[in-house]
Every structure is written in structure tokens, then in C-alpha cells.
Write a new protein. Structure first.
Length: 293
């Protein structure tokens, strides 16, 4: 027999039950007593160690590429928050795997809070009512198969950038969570900006173009004259859309509202979340002018 301080459950069994089944039962009791209580009952992800979060993610089947995508080396708190959000949504995410909702939820976990899947049932047909030049854009699907879809990402000043690596990661994860036999046909990346001005209608009437400025200041900007304006009471929204074939800049990081005839800017926004141009990326934008109070 062991010393009193080293007694095991098997040592405490009476001889009448110390058979193979009894010893196995005793070993199971000793093993459960050695378990980390967080692993035994992980009720609160906020206080669970990171190792436990990973174990929970593994049990839910999200400890692979999606877990890696939650890493944020620049911000430890955000890294932690990302992984908590993944674990908290993992069960529902797995339950709805292979749906449009699952793809949108994965994009939201990546940092695009208003991600939206466009397919044949959700395709936007028309947008815009008042135009400076040309007709309003039409969103032609170009879908060859019923399962084809696009992902629309709304990127404001607090969102994650959509660079080359981000796009590749998003495409890989979308394919892993999308319905079977579906095909991602590209992204609509959309900058969403708001400015407060004294006279939204008067300011909007001065705007003749949007200027797209790349992250490299040595590269020339691109001017988009095909804009249209929508009215929302006293407020105005300047809209634009740039097809991949029309892009002349490698990425967009700065934006300006331009009085094209006078070659001057009304307002600029610097250091926005970057959107990299690509043959799979349609670049859109809305810049809303709200009435200052």
C-alpha cells in the first residue's frame, strides 16, 4: 500500500470490487480529479486561459485556419477579443456551416462587421436617383452557375484593411464555409465615410469627382467622375463604383472630394483602411454629408 499522502482511489476499494472494472473506475475518478477545471467546465471564456480557448476551439472544429486568422500581433487585447468571439460563436457557426450566414459570420470575425453575401437571390439591381454624369450603376452578376456569389465588405475608418493578403485569406475561409458547389466570384469592397457640414446640399452640388490616392504618394491618383448623389432629407450621399478593369491605382488609402473644374478639394480623408485593387475586387464607396448641428 502507498503512504497515506499518496493514496489512490484503487487503494480505497474493498477487495470485493477490486476487479478489472473496479480498478478502471478508480482510475477514471483519479483522472477526472486531475483535469483543469476550465476544461471540465468552461463556462466563462473571459476568464479562461488562452490555452483553454484554443482547446475549446479545437473541440468545436475551428482551431485551424480560422483560429490563425484571429491572431493580432499588434494588439494583445484585440487578439484575445478575436479568439473569444470565435469560441463564443463556434457552435452556431458549425451548425450553420455551408450557408450564406456562415460566410458572412466568418467575414465579420475577420474584422469586416457589415459583410454581406450577394447571390442570385440578393443581387442589387439599381442604386442611385440623382446623378452628375451617366446612368446609375447596375450590379451585373456575371454568375454562370446558380451557386456563384460575391462578398460585399463595408469598410469604415475603424475596420480592418483589405490588402492582398487579407483578400487571399478571406477567399480561402469563404470557400471553407460556403455551401457545397458554390463559387466565389469576387469582392465588392466599399469605403463608408461620413462628414458633418453646414450645408450638405450645397456642398454636394460642388462635388464633381472622387479622387483615389494610393498608399505610395509617388504614384498618381485616380479621379472618378462617374458619381451619383442620393438624398436623405437634408443630407446627401456621394456614391461611386469602380470596376476592376477601370482601376489605375494599385490600392486606395486616401480619398478626396474634388471640385474638378477648379482642380481643388472640398475635403480629404487620409490613412483609411487600405483596399487593394485586383481583378477580383470591385471598389465602391459612399461618402455621406450630414447636416452639422
Amino acid at each position: 500500500m502507498n503512504d497515506l499522502g499518496q493514496l489512490t482511489t484503487e487503494d480505497l476499494l474493498p477487495p470485493s470490487v477490486k476487479d478489472l472494472r473496479g480498478r478502471a473506475f478508480a482510475a477514471a475518478i483519479d483522472g477526472s480529479a486531475a483535469l483543469d477545471p476550465y476544461l471540465a467546465c468552461p463556462a466563462d471564456t473571459k476568464t479562461a486561459p488562452l490555452q483553454v480557448l484554443w482547446e475549446l476551439a479545437r473541440q468545436a472544429g475551428v482551431a485551424g485556419p480560422l483560429w490563425q486568422a484571429m491572431n493580432d500581433e499588434d494588439d494583445e487585447d484585440r487578439d484575445r477579443a478575436n479568439k473569444e468571439a470565435l469560441v463564443n460563436s463556434a457552435v452556431l457557426l458549425q451548425r450553420r456551416r455551408g450557408t450564406r450566414w456562415a460566410v458572412e459570420q466568418v467575414m465579420r470575425l475577420l474584422g469586416y462587421s457589415d459583410a454581406y453575401v450577394l447571390d442570385r437571390t440578393r443581387l442589387v439591381i439599381h442604386d442611385g436617383t440623382e446623378h452628375h454624369s451617366g446612368p446609375p450603376p447596375y450590379y451585373e452578376s456575371g454568375f454562370d452557375h446558380f451557386g456563384d456569389y460575391l462578398i460585399r465588405l463595408f469598410i469604415d475608418e475603424q475596420s480592418r484593411s483589405f490588402g492582398v493578403a487579407d483578400r487571399q485569406q478571406a477567399a480561402t475561409l469563404a470557400a471553407a464555409w460556403a455551401p457545397l458547389h458554390s463559387g466565389l466570384q469576387g469582392f465588392h469592397a466599399r469605403h463608408v465615410l461620413i462628414s458633418y457640414v453646414q450645408d450638405p446640399a450645397g456642398t454636394a452640388s460642388e462635388i464633381a469627382a472622387i479622387e483615389l490616392r494610393p498608399s505610395d504618394p509617388a504614384r498618381p491618383a485616380q479621379v472618378i467622375e462617374s458619381i451619383w448623389i442620393t438624398n436623405q432629407g437634408p443630407n446627401r450621399t456621394i456614391n461611386w463604383r469602380l470596376n476592376p478593369a477601370q482601376a489605375t491605382v494599385p490600392d486606395v488609402k486616401h480619398l478626396a472630394l474634388v471640385r474638378l473644374g477648379r482642380l481643388s478639394t472640398v475635403e480629404t480623408r487620409e490613412n483609411l483602411p487600405i483596399i487593394a485593387m485586383d481583378t477580383a475586387v470591385t471598389y465602391e464607396g459612399t461618402w455621406t454629408l450630414l447636416e452639422a448641428r
